[in-house]
Design a binder for this molecule. Structure first.
Ligand code: ATP
Ligand code: MG
Ligand code: MG
Length: 574
């Protein structure tokens, strides 16, 4: 680590820096509030907050709000919520816009040092002067200073003042850094420091007509905030030179920028513009649709934040970009839920089963643990009666199918934790040939020793209806929708990415699970990266359970006191 690599150059900047930091690591997570955070950002959050915490240091949340045109209050709010949701607490919350006055003074200073100049070239001229053919976009031409670059300092000061005062329209004048046109890195070819924008800023309103760029702002604010390690993704590797150049010109403490590889998830898209297209065309419900990979989506879908953190931790931090299949994230979530949530019985597509040899007033309380092998979750009872419901897929009319272990005309089946098995008698069908009811006998005499398998069930006295169960599958048909054009990716939508079931029944102990949630057991607290979750207003997403033989589910935000809407978080198996 090379903080203040050149301390002999500006000894008092290092001294002041150390007085502030007391030698502790200071990092920052610097999102642009122009969209919702996605799974990739959780790596940047974990790297910055985690590195600071590991070293007993501090991490800022800094809103990098220098592009007023795209910024909105809802993004500011969501970003903070997501940082909290992942279990991190910013040491301080700051805004690049807090420094607009100081940045403006630094820009003037840069001009005075003959290291900044106002340029009135057109975009095409700027390209040509950088050796890029504006028509073909081909680089490699001769690089030249423009006519403005060597005008007197006083002219640049005056012109910059005019930019500030609103004399120019966007594109008519910019402030550039006077760097090194002969440097091999394009990141040193007189980057833009300030541009004119006719935009109202969410925090500074109409105070400014000019706004600083990322290249001008980021290093200065890092230095002003005494950031020790400016950790960013590898696409900024080449920017490191200009980052250091600017701080050196202004005699500011030189924060060390270091880079780590981005986390990409395949099989989905994370670009803001493309997600906006999905939302606007009604393909998904909203930015928090459980099929997307924004953090708001993953939260709504019931992914525990600690499962996300332990997943990211397994990937490690290197400089290479990691491309991970969405299914690997799901595997991590499944493994986590396996140990941490109670179990219930849910019948997705119920079919009524009449047990003809039991009376209408027959009742048997069947006791079962909320989680086999873990007493912390306690026990529950489910009332068994002569009217039960099983899943339509657990009965087959093909009695010869040797690979089918559940109920058929000549194969009995067990109900989970019910002492004796069910033996098939007959089915009733409607005019379309759809089975409406199955008749069976309860094997009171124990003629069957052991059924091939046991299935989940509910009874008419132990179930509540579920208004909607939403099952999610991958949103795109292809594995790399991000590579498709912005028209074609909309044609790649999997028509079964959301399947909605409207007649499911859930065991009535669901009410108890809801009342007890969030269920924080000792084994949950022992999980790696356990975080005590902050919730949405409803807290619904924390009500998670395993539906036996069916999958992991949570309560969706659309649920009300009287209507249950469930999201399938992940299936039981890959
Ligand atoms: P996007 O283009 O997806 O909006 P961004 O880089 O513009 O991403 P910012 O809001 O500027 O998004 O990101 C804040 C921080 O998060 C930056 O330091 C950025 O490098 C990091 N980051 C963004 N995307 C990823 C990713 N996929 N993996 C790891 N870090 C990321
Ligand atoms: Mg950015
Ligand atoms: Mg961005």
């Amino acid at each position: 680590h090379k903080v203040g690599e050149n301390p002999q150059l500006y000894p008092d900047t290092l001294k002041k820096h150390l007085e502030f930091t007391k030698g502790l690591v200071h990092t920052r997570f610097p999102p642009e509030p122009n969209g919702f955070l996605h799974i990739g950002h959780s790596k940047a959050i974990m790297v910055n907050f985690g590195f600071a915490a590991y070293n007993n240091g501090h991490c800022y949340l800094r809103y990098d709000d220098t592009n007023p045109e795209a910024e909105e209050q809802k993004y500011f709010d969501s970003i903070l919520n997501m940082v909290h949701w992942l279990g991190y607490k910013p040491w301080k919350i700051t805004y690049s816009s807090n420094y607009f006055d100081q940045l403006y003074q630094f820009a003037i200073k840069l001009i005075e040092l003959n290291k900044g100049y106002v340029c009135k070239c057109s975009a095409d001229e700027i390209k040509r002067n950088r050796g890029v053919d504006p028509v073909t976009g081909q680089p490699g031409g001769e690089r030249r200073a423009c006519e403005h670059r060597e005008l007197p300092i006083s002219w640049h000061l005056e012109e910059f003042k005019k930019m500030h005062d609103g004399v120019y329209q966007p594109g008519e004048a910019i402030l550039r850094m006077k760097q090194d046109l002969q440097n091999p890195s394009p990141q040193m070819w007189d980057l833009i420091a300030y541009r004119v924008l006719n935009a109202t800023h969410p925090r500074t309103g109409d105070k400014w007509k000019i706004y600083p760029t990322y290249d001008f702002t980021h290093c200065i604010v890092d230095s002003l905030e005494n950031i020790t390690h400016s950790l960013c993704t590898t696409e900024f590797y080449l920017s490191r030179e200009s980052y250091e150049w600017l701080l050196d010109q202004l005699h500011l403490f030189r924060t060390a920028q270091r880079e780590f590889g981005r986390l990409n998830i395949t099989g989905t898209i994370m670009s803001k513009r493309r997600i906006a297209k999905l939302v606007n065309s009604g393909v998904v419900r909203d930015w928090n649709d459980p099929r997307l990979f924004t953090l708001e989506s993953l939260k709504r879908r019931g992914f525990p934040p600690s499962a996300i953190l332990s997943f990211i931790n397994t990937l490690g931090v290197t400089t290479s970009t990691t491309n991970i299949q969405a299914s690997r994230l799901e595997t991590a979530v499944r493994r986590y839920l396996e140990e941490t949530v109670p179990r219930l019985m849910l019948v997705l597509d119920p079919i009524e089963v009449c047990i003809d040899n039991l009376d209408d007033d027959f009742e048997l309380d069947c006791e079962l643990p909320y989680k086999q092998g873990n007493d912390e979750f306690g026990k529950r009872t489910v009332k068994f009666t002569n009217r039960v419901y099983i899943d339509r897929s657990d009965y087959s009319e093909n009695a010869d199918d040797k690979s089918f272990f559940r109920l058929t005309a000549n194969q009995p089946v067990g109900l989970l934790k019910v002492p004796k098995v069910l033996i098939f008698k007959s089915v009733e069908k409607d005019t379309d040939g759809k089975i409406t009811r199955i008749h069976v006998n309860y094997d009171t005499e124990s003629t069957v020793k052991k059924p091939k398998t046991y299935i989940q069930w509910v009874s008419n006295k132990s179930s509540i209806p579920v208004k909607e169960v939403r099952l999610y599958n991958q949103l795109f048909k292809s594995e790399n929708p991000a590579a498709l054009s912005s028209e074609d990716f909309l044609k790649d939508i999997n028509p079964n990415s959301e399947v909605i079931l409207k007649s499911a029944l859930i065991e009535d102990n669901f009410k108890e699970v809801v009342a007890k949630s969030p269920i924080v057991t000792e084994s949950l607290k022992k999980q790696d990266f356990y975080v005590s979750e902050t919730t949405s207003a409803s807290g619904n997403e924390r009500i998670r359970f395993q539906a036996m033989r069916t999958g992991y589910f949570c309560l969706d935000y659309d649920s009300t006191d009287n209507e249950i809407v469930l999201n399938r978080i992940v299936e039981l198996k890959n």
